[in-house]
Ligand binder design. Structure first.
Ligand SMILES: Cc1cc2nc3c(=O)[nH]c(=O)nc-3n(C[C@H](O)[C@H](O)[C@H](O)COP(=O)(O)OP(=O)(O)OC[C@H]3O[C@@H](n4cnc5c(N)ncnc54)[C@H](O)[C@@H]3O)c2cc1C
Ligand code: HEM
Length: 411
């Protein structure tokens, strides 16, 4: 698609010149925006992640996206790749065009509230027009994504009921759920690396809860498999809502609402470059799907899989990866941060401690490869910086955040 902005040059200038002012008050404005929006539209609490709200993560993500878009208000084509990535997330959550004006209205109210007199009528009118232009790009991109998802063989538009046909413990903290559609009809294929959104109504909870889970097996098997890590309570954090409910209460025969597969973190099967997968903890799930797909679709393509886990107790999918590594083109290496006595009796890990560039260079045959990684944010920062230090170019670096997207270059 192409985008054309019919904004008046004066409006464009006004918006661009006020971006830095809004950025300075970015989090204050979005915090106020959410307060106002949720008090006027509590029904939206059915779709927003309450934990992200409480930790301010979503505030930062939305603020950053709006200001980034405003900087490019006269050339919105430039932000299409980012809009597509956010659009995948929005589509999997079931975001609708009619919800955009609600967001816009409350964003402007929040700007007025926070900026006070500095938010002149001129400034507000310019931002209202800019928001409308940005929103129309999102709506158009998302329409294409909804249409694509529905048009696929076995596809669908919103949420569809899936039965848990098998529940398998993969490690001390990760459990897989094998899912088949309740209607018994076909399910769409997906690109390895894509995720689904799971929508849960938890007894006693006022609102539904939606979370994303990567599909962890290869497509084309007649089921979807998600693999969920239990987010246990710690001294300063409550237990994760959805992961614990799935582990403790969702059993074989139960039904879950799923959106169609989404996401643009996918393995490019048209390439023949060597590929390197680097996962930390449950970040293994999208990469495992890629590795399984590679075994079926491109068995001779050279691949290296590095997995980092705390220790053997929480190390999932070891057997699956050992099997994939029976192929000469595929090698598999394990890093344990703090191996247990049991791990030391049967040492099959290649590195103790945290992943670092020296170890990566010792097991990855070439840096002329496509690198895919996923894991906790500090792990991702380490891997990203190591790859940059090694001289891997940006176009060969691919990653996914298991939460609102962040910036790997900043501490
Ligand atoms: C694209 C994508 C793919 C993903 N794939 C997977 C996957 O394959 N497997 C997987 O296990 N996960 C995956 N995730 C993560 C998953 O979506 C959930 O975020 C995860 O399961 C936690 O959800 P929860 O409801 O259990 O925890 P939440 O209730 O959402 O809480 C999340 C964290 O916030 C903390 N928290 C909650 N409330 C507060 C508070 N008031 N103050 C401070 N801290 C708080 C919790 O302790 C917890 O650690 C993926 C995420 C994305 C975006
Ligand atoms: C132009 C307007 C919008 C922008 C710029 C925007 C931007 C974003 C961004 C950057 C994210 C994070 C994506 C990621 O995970 O990396 C996000 C997520 C999300 N957006 Fe939007 N968004 C817009 C409109 C909307 C609307 C209209 C709704 C619905 C009312 C909505 C609901 C959500 C929800 C529910 C999430 C996931 C939040 C979470 O799980 O915590 N957004 N959006």
């Amino acid at each position: 698609m192409t985008t054309t902005t019919k904004l008046h040059p004066k409006t464009i200038e006004m918006v661009k010149s006020t971006v830095p002012v809004l950025e300075t008050h970015g989090e204050q404005i979005t915090k106020r925006f959410y307060e106002l929006m949720f008090s006027n539209h509590p029904e939206l609490l059915h779709i927003f992640n309450h934990a992200n709200q409480k930790q301010g993560r979503q505030q930062r993500a939305l603020a950053a996206a709006v200001y980034a878009a405003a900087r490019y208000i006269d050339q919105l084509d430039a932000i299409l790749p980012v809009v597509r990535q956010i659009g995948h997330k929005h589509r999997s959550l079931g975001i609708k065009p009619e919800q955009y004006p609600i967001v816009g209205k409350h964003l402007l109210l929040a700007i007025k509230d926070v900026l006070g007199d500095a938010a002149t009528d001129e400034v507000i009118t310019a931002w209202a027009e800019a928001y409308e232009a940005i929103a129309s790009v999102f709506i158009q991109v998302e329409k294409e994504l909804y249409d694509e998802a529905a048009a696929k063989h076995g596809g669908w538009r919103d949420f569809r009921r899936f039965v848990v046909v098998k529940k398998v413990k993969e490690s001390g903290v990760i459990t897989s759920f094998y899912l088949k559609p309740e209607d018994g009809k076909a399910i769409s294929d997906y690109w390895p690396g894509q995720y689904v959104s799971v929508k849960l109504s938890i007894p006693g909870e006022t609102y539904t809860h939606i979370r994303q889970y990567s599909l962890s097996d290869a497509p084309g098997k007649g089921y979807y498999r998600i693999s969920v890590k239990r987010e246990a309570a710690t001294e300063d954090k409550p237990a994760g809502m959805v992961s614990n409910y799935l582990h403790d209460h969702v059993q074989e025969g139960d039904v879950l609402d799923l959106s169609a597969p989404a996401g643009d973190f996918t393995l490019d099967l048209s390439k023949t470059t060597p590929v390197v997968f680097i996962s930390g903890g449950v970040g293994i799930t999208p990469l495992l799907s890629m590795a399984h797909t590679l075994a079926i679709r491109q068995p001779a393509r050279p691949a290296t899989f590095l997995h980092a886990a705390l220790n053997g107790r929480v190390h999932a999918f070891d057997e699956e990866l050992q099997m994939l590594a029976e192929r000469p083109s595929f090698s598999y290496h394990i890093c344990y941060e703090s191996p247990s006595d049991e791990d030391r009796r049967h040492p099959h890990f290649g590195k103790e401690g945290r992943i670092d560039l020296a170890w990566m260079q010792s097991v990855i045959p070439t840096k002329d490869a496509d690198f895919y990684f996923c894991g906790p944010v500090p792990f991702m920062k380490t891997v990203y910086r190591a790859l940059k230090q090694w001289g891997v170019s940006e176009e060969h670096i691919h990653y996914e955040f298991f939460g609102p997207a962040g910036d790997l270059t900043k501490d």
